[in-house]
Design a protein around this ligand. Sequence first.
Ligand SMILES: Cc1cc2nc3c(=O)[nH]c(=O)nc-3n(C[C@H](O)[C@H](O)[C@H](O)COP(=O)(O)O)c2cc1C
Length: 330
Amino acid sequence: MVDLSTKYLGLTLKNPIIAGSSPLTTSLDSLKKCEDAGIGAVVLKSIFEEQIENDSDLKVTENEAYLTHSDAYEFVKNASMDREIDAYLTLLEDAKKSLDIPVIASINCRKNGAWIEYANRFVTCGADAIELNHYIVAADREVDGTAIEKEYLSLVKAARKQTKAPLSLKMGSSFSSLSNLLWKLDELSIDGVVLFNRFFSPDINIETMKMAPAAMLSSEEEYAQSLRWTALMSAELHYDICASRGIHDGKTVIKQLLAGAKSVQVCSVLLKEGLASVSKMTSELEAWMDRHEYAHIVDFNGKLAQERIADPSSWERSQYIKSILGAQKS
Ligand SMILES: Cc1cc2nc3c(=O)[nH]c(=O)nc-3n(C[C@H](O)[C@H](O)[C@H](O)COP(=O)(O)O)c2cc1C
């Protein structure tokens, strides 16, 4: 009998497949459906401080005619912000009461925001872990790469100071030296990183010649970047890696586990193909483990990490030259 359980952020998951933060994790009903479909854990939709503030500003503007006193502005704004945070806390509490699987709260962080105070409130309401979600489009030419990396490190440092609860960072892949940043995060006693988030990217509609949103969902070829970085770093770091982006089937889950990921997050495949894809993935994993006579995930987890293979440089290779020459000969 194959055992699919894994440890991630110190939590025991019945299988390594986590529902990533998305519209599927915004209501109790859909969270329950994820659990019924066999998912190992859920990450709630991120709470966006910026969004809450904008919504509250909108409320203030809508009521402008009645708000003659300046204190009233503050009151309406704060009351509206509190309502949104309370709604998130209620979802978290309800999820904890109704689900048996781990529930991870997700916070979209800003440099100097009040988000840090949420972390403790989420833990009090039962969050099994906190996932920080941060992304900067490095479009300001005055800000160099070191400053951006420092911002990530200081966010994690501040969160670690606030809470002893399991803490992870979900991040993008665009850094000048990702390995250095991941290594520095290790020094901050983080419990895990999610490699990688997939961000909204604007596009252009050439007929209307206007801005258009790009594809919201990932394609199944997009897993390669997180596979490489998981394999490069998993044996070097003390914290866990959760692989994410472009994971659409059981084969890719197996690859990520072989590279050293402790768990994987899925989102697009659930939105595209429905929750039945969870049992397809776990069945594929189970059948593969059976075929290769692995009883537990730890028996093969990280087997193909850079440190464990005969030619470690394969994970660092970036040029196609040999493959091109090979293709020309055949
Ligand atoms: C509609 C939509 C909403 C999302 N919202 C969030 C969010 O609030 N917080 C977050 O960290 N990631 C969010 N994500 C990113 C996903 O959790 C996931 O990291 C990303 O889609 C890559 O995984 P995938 O290839 O399995 O889709 C969202 C993705 C989609 C498609």
